[in-house]
Design a protein around this ligand. Structure first.
Ligand code: ADP
Ligand code: MG
Length: 476
């Protein structure tokens, strides 16, 4: 890649590297690629640039299009799973014995199912993440790492990165390459879905509520979406679980009200980790789930994104259950699956334990957690498996083939980080947005892509955890 040559040149010319990095940072700030700072995560007085790569990363055209093309099928799949209590119960039966958080979520799912669902409008925003597995013949194949069905992030901010990357490539004299960085419009896709759900709800004065966290690093990401909604005349409010607990109530018809406002859509930006909940918070979650408000996501869709469900889907014959007459769709989805193995009690799980202990470097051990920094790699797999292998605690995990992506070189730009050449690898995230009304999908779209790049010294990733940075694809 021509960028590699440029990078080599920059490494022996630190002044030039510094100039280019300064140009990139200022361009990013100017175009709204913004982040709050670690020191003042809730202050409206201080902002910095969202961390990103100096250059975009090369992504083969075929796999890029493959990832985009399969997304609407993943939207449909997640939606079908969310409405299949039989499947969810069976898939999660062992997990809930070992994982209290998943058990609590399933408890709410059961309760809502039992009471009868109140809202037939459903909306989802998910992000399917992939790495490119390097084959021996040096071609690469697209492998799904996970699918995020709650609070999938990165939209908004990442829309403005291609402009920055094209500019940097041009400054570096790579005009042709600058034309290979595609536009990204995740904001528009998510706004279309939120607006559609709001419109179907059918109450002009009702608001879309972003359910947010205490520490609001990603506010500028949200702002891109909420300003577009306001432009369409759709009111947006931001509330925390505690606010819902204090002021939220359901009227006779189960309409959700808060501070005198009716809520049409609850857009969860939080609530995906056990530590997001205190005892009382669960009451707020249940209140929203029971309400007539459209939930993005509802509790079934949240559960459809668990690692355990992902592992069950990789079993032979399971995708056919959801697409009985569409073998091509099954094939398209299955092509992205890496090997995944159950750790439930029994002979199959025993075999997985033996495999993980024998070759820990070939696998990743994953608990039912989100948000990065939870997985086990290498010797930590052995330590963990030795600890839990004898009892049902092991069912809280799954084992997955470890993907070995191609190593690239880049300079990671993050506030306070020295400018240096790093060996990196990227993960492609594809956003999908959909709205279902009763039995009919009324909107089902791909809503842009998000590349996240990290230094290869890290096994796990995550922008929040300070490991990964935003990136754009350079399609070749
Ligand atoms: P989370 O929900 O915490 O984000 P992920 O499944 O996305 O969990 O895993 C977090 C990170 O761990 C990923 O971003 C990736 O860097 C790494 N990872 C996860 N699964 C694999 C895998 N099978 N092979 C290689 N790396 C992986
Ligand atoms: Mg992830």
């Amino acid at each position: 890649m021509a960028t590699n040559e440029i990078l080599r040149g920059l490494m022996i010319n630190p002044e030039r590297l510094k100039d280019l990095a300064t140009e990139a940072k200022e361009f990013a700030l100017q175009h709204g690629v913004l982040f709050r700072t670690n020191e003042t995560p809730n202050s409206s007085e201080v902002a910095t640039y969202a961390p990103f790569t100096l250059f975009p990363s090369p992504v083969p055209k075929a796999v890029f299009h493959q990832a985009l093309a399969v997304q609407t099928h993943f939207n449909t799949l997640v939606d079908k799973i969310s409405q299949d209590p039989g499947f969810l119960e069976e898939a999660l039966a062992s997990t809930i014995q070992a994982d209290d958080f998943t058990a609590k979520l399933l408890g709410i799912y059961r309760q809502v199912q039992h009471e009868g669902r109140t809202q037939s409008i459903m909306m989802g925003v998910n992000r399917s993440d992939y790495m490119l597995d390097q084959r021996e013949d040096r071609t690469s194949s697209l492998k799904q790492i996970e699918i995020n069905t709650i609070a999938a992030g990165g939209f908004g901010v990442a829309d403005h990165l291609p402009v920055v990357h094209r500019h940097i490539l041009r400054l570096a004299g790579l005009l042709e390459e600058s034309q290979c960085v595609p536009d990204n419009n995740s904001t528009a896709g998510i706004v279309r879905a939120l607006a559609k759900a709001w419109e179907l709800y059918g109450q002009q004065k009702a608001a879309i509520m972003f359910l947010v966290e205490d520490v609001q690093f990603f506010i500028y990401s949200h702002r891109h979406v909420d300003s577009e909604l306001w432009k369409r005349g759709i009111p947006v409010i931001r509330r925390k679980f505690e606010d819902v607990l204090k002021a939220g109530f359901l009227d006779r018809n189960k309409k959700l009200f808060l501070d005198g406002l009716e809520v049409a859509v609850v857009f969860y930006r939080y609530g995906y980790m056990p530590n997001h909940y205190k005892e009382k918070t669960w009451e707020a979650r249940l209140l929203m789930e029971r309400s007539l408000a459209v939930k993005c996501p509802d509790i079934g869709t949240h559960l459809a994104g668990t690692k355990k469900v992902q592992q069950e889907l990789a079993r032979p014959g399971v995708l056919e259950r959801f697409f009985p007459d569409q073998p091509q769709v099954v094939e398209q989805i299955r092509a992205t699956f890496a090997g995944q193995y159950t750790l439930d009690m029994g002979p199959e799980g025993d075999q997985t334990v033996a495999m993980g202990l024998a070759k820990p470097d070939e696998f990743v051990l994953k608990p039912q957690r989100e948000g990065g920094g939870n997985n086990f790699f290498g010797e930590d797999i052995v330590r963990m498996l030795e600890e839990v292998k004898g009892d049902k605690r092991r069912a809280a995990y799954i084992l997955m083939d470890r993907i070995r992506p191609k190593v690239e070189h880049n300079v990671l730009l993050r506030r306070g980080l020295p400018l240096q050449l790093s060996s990196v690898c990227y993960e492609i995230g594809v956003l999908g947005a959909y709205v279902r009304h009763g039995g009919e999908m009324v909107l089902n779209e791909v809503a842009g892509q998000i590349l996240r790049t990290k230094s290869i010294e890290h096994g796990d990733g995550g922008i929040c955890s300070g490991v990964s940075v935003f990136d754009s694809p350079l399609i070749y």
